[in-house]
Design a protein around this ligand. Structure first.
Ligand SMILES: [Zn+2]
Length: 333
């Protein structure tokens, strides 16, 4: 499906890099956010309510996480993502369904950087494909890396797999958050917390130590070699999972001091068993990149108050692949 040019033109606030008013893409995104907060009541209210969001820190064994009480995220956390429900609902990322005041920055003529009206961060963007094509990282690693570089030093980019946290698994999109706002970005940059495991295409591949969930960390300043290394890692994850589909994963890519840091969380499950319980036992936590990265969103106040370090550790154990799986994946690269 192609997007009609007049619709795209109406939704385009500016184009990167041709018509940027601000000196950098990060500045342009901030300017867009200011404009959208003023012109679009839903965005204005979403960012205003985030200012009063409660956050608390939990000390787990070897790592800390933050809980954020954020009632507006119920739409995403509670989203039905099964194929039947997805078929029946109207796609909220398609350009023709965006609210009238919503506009974005056109990137490489095929993505639109939009303000997320239910933010987790003071700056939270959804970077949506301009056509309705399924969520998949296949063929999109290059653009993810370029986005991370072009959005620095303001933002990092993240990707949720279609079976692993994307609330629109049928429409290709990334998201962007302020750089280092997801705790794992800082944790992974600390060499004492990483263990170098191997080198792929001259790109060092590390794992996180005592982190409660498994993660790969890749660093490079060379886009092509990093893309090849990530492609090989993802292929190994797919083989290890014994499936032809994209392996379940969340990816966070940031650009620091002329190099990318890419963190890949290999997953075995999207939502934990407690998510599906009834009544008092139910805990509405639906881990995607931000949550598994250490900033856990709880839209329900009762959950925010009662979730403790042991609950977090148990959810991470349940949705992450195991240490043995990581060894298997490394052996297949
Ligand atoms: Zn769509």
């Amino acid at each position: 499906m192609t997007t009609p040019a007049p619709l795209l033109a109406r939704k385009t606030w500016s184009r990167f890099p041709e018509t940027l008013a601000a000196p950098t893409l990060a500045d342009e995104c901030r300017a867009l956010l200011t404009q959208q907060r003023a012109a679009w009541p839903q965005a204005g209210e979403g960012y205003a309510s985030l200012e009063s969001a409660r956050v608390k820190r939990l000390q787990c064994d070897g790592y800390d996480v933050f809980l954020q009480f954020n009632p507006k995220r119920i739409v995403s956390t509670g989203a039905k993502v099964d194929p039947g429900s997805i078929r029946e609902r109207r796609c909220f990322l398609c350009l023709e369904h965006l609210p009238d005041p919503q506009m974005g920055i056109l990137y490489e003529e095929r993505f639109l950087i939009l303000c997320n009206p239910a933010p987790i961060f003071r700056q939270h963007f959804t970077i949506t494909g301009i056509t309705h094509t399924p969520q998949s990282l296949d063929g999109q690693i290059g653009v993810m890396l370029r986005l991370a570089r072009d959005l620095a030093p303001g933002c990092a980019v993240f990707y949720n797999g279609p079976r692993c946290g994307a609330s629109a698994p049928d429409h290709m999109h990334f998201q962007a958050s302020p750089i280092n706002a997801i705790p794992v970005e800082i944790d992974a940059a600390d060499g004492r917390r990483r263990r170098l495991r191997m080198s792929v295409e001259n790109v060092p591949v590390s794992t996180m130590e005592r982190y409660g969930r498994e993660a790969f960390v890749l660093e490079s300043g060379e886009a092509d070699t990093l893309e090849h290394a990530l492609t090989r890692l993802i292929a190994a994850m797919r083989s290890a999972g014994g499936s032809t589909e994209e392996p379940m994963m969340n990816v966070i890519a940031g650009w620091h001091e002329e190099r990318w840091q890419v963190i890949v969380f290999p997953r075995r499950k999207h939502r934990p068993a407690v998510y599906f319980k009834e009544g008092d036992e139910k805990i509405l936590i639906s881990p995607a990149a931000v949550d598994i990265g250490g900033l856990i969103v709880t839209p329900v106040q009762k959950d925010f108050e009662r979730v403790d370090a042991a609950t977090v550790a148990s959810i991470f154990r349940e949705v992450s692949v195991t240490a043995n799986d990581v060894e298997h994946i490394l052996s297949l690269i």
